[in-house]
Design a protein around this ligand. Structure first.
Ligand SMILES: Cc1cc2nc3c(=O)[nH]c(=O)nc-3n(C[C@H](O)[C@H](O)[C@H](O)COP(=O)(O)OP(=O)(O)OC[C@H]3O[C@@H](n4cnc5c(N)ncnc54)[C@H](O)[C@@H]3O)c2cc1C
Length: 350
């Protein structure tokens, strides 16, 4: 059973940019995302819903020698994994996006296999297909507590009554720490507002999603022609907050116009926000916790959890069914923070 306190897509999964890429710095993330890309490509046929999968690639830009060194290392990891990313000079990047201003750009990386999907039908497609297999999806049902006996869960208390179960997966994104706390489990995740906007439609001109690792700017063109994008704003305090701000528009538009000067006259039609679910080492928290039996986590997916969800959902489901006991669930376990086993990932947007 899936329990959701709002409507499907009310959380970050209905508010994101739909970017799906395997350009990461760690081998784990590259390999997981190669599988996610495959699932996304076949999703429409398998789930019988159009998710507007558009494989235009991702073009990453860097603006410092340090970032260039990280990018070179990441590209090598990706190529070793069979994700054929090319390291480009600014001039070569301009051949992929001729409208790009490369002033200040020192290097770029391009992979044509990365993609963008439309998040809403993706979530609806999963929900419908799961329901057809017997999964119950309860929307507008808020988890308010748990009934326990010692370290055992006996039931989940919700705004619509109790659900009897001994096993729970906490996949509440930025709200995961709140829910974990109901069982006395402390997660180190921090919710952080991230804003995004969409413009009037233009005729198709932009093939890849462009991402600038120096400031977290990213933008892509949807199949409807809108430019959809966002940028990091580190001045926003931590907390659940999904308000829109004028500050974001000014940060985003300055960075966008610096990158593609021709977009200066473009009109923004819609602006919204969601919560990133940040962890101290920029990697998720997945798997069983020590404090409570059968209390599994799947949270802390930063700004790339939508793309991770297809593969992680599959792996976690097999794990719960007893089929696989992957080292990944140990590597990404909550206890790594206590044990000081922090991980790294440098290709983060946001
Ligand atoms: C603006 C923006 C752009 C992004 N761009 C991308 C991108 O391009 N690509 C990408 O891969 N990722 C992107 N992300 C990140 C991505 O959206 C998230 O990592 C991902 O959606 C997290 O999924 P989730 O299921 O963990 O959390 P969510 O989708 O937030 O789902 C958690 C759900 O739990 C529910 N909930 C909370 N508390 C309770 C309770 N007590 N009882 C019942 N239900 C509860 C919430 O209502 C919510 O719907 C972006 C995020 C934002 C905000």
């Amino acid at each position: 059973m899936v329990v959701e306190k709002g409507y499907l897509c009310s959380g970050a999964s209905g508010r994101n940019g739909g970017g799906v890429r395997a350009q990461f710095s760690s081998e784990t993330n590259v390999r997981l995302m190669q599988e996610s890309l495959r699932i996304c490509r076949d999703f429409a046929a398998e789930m019988k819903i159009n998710v507007w999968f558009r494989q235009g690639g991702y073009l990453f830009l860097v603006r410092s020698a340090d970032s260039e060194r990280n990018l070179v290392a990441s590209v090598a990891v990706q190529n070793d994994c069979g994700h054929p990313t090319r390291l480009l000079t600014p001039g070569e990047a301009k051949r992929i996006v001729p409208e790009l201003s490369t002033e200040g750009v020192v290097a770029a990386a391009y992979n044509p296999n990365d993609a963008v999907v439309f998040p809403w039908p993706f979530v609806w497609g999963y929900a419908k297909a799961a329901q057809s297999l017997g999964v119950r999806v309860r929307t507008f049902t808020e988890v308010t507590g748990f009934r326990t006996h010692g370290k055992k869960i006996l039931g989940v208390l919700t705004s619509q009554g109790e659900i009897q179960t001994n096993r729970v997966v906490n996949a509440c994104g930025a709200w995961s720490p709140e829910v974990a706390r109901m069982l006395g489990v402390e997660l180190p995740n921090r919710p952080h507002r991230h804003e995004i906007c969409s413009t009037e439609p233009l005729k198709p001109w932009l093939t890849p999603l462009v991402a600038d690792l120096s400031n977290g700017l990213y933008f892509s063109q949807s199949t409807r022609g809108e430019i959809v994008g966002g940028i990091s704003n580190h001045d926003v305090p931590d907390g659940i907050d999904m308000e829109s701000s004028a500050k974001f528009l000014s940060l985003y538009s300055s960075a966008l116009i610096r990158t593609v000067p021709k977009l200066g006259a473009l009109k923004v039609l819609r602006q919204w926000a969601g919560c990133y679910d940040l962890t101290p080492d920029q990697n998720p928290i997945v798997g069983q916790v020590d404090e409570v039996e059968e209390f599994h986590q799947a949270s802390g997916f930063m700004g790339h959890g939508f793309m991770m969800a297809p593969v992680m959902g599959k792996l976690l489901a097999s794990h719960l069914a007893g089929d696989v006991d992957l080292p990944l669930f140990e590597r990404w376990n909550l206890r790594r923070f206590k044990e000081g086993r922090l991980l790294t990932e440098s290709m983060i947007i946001g």
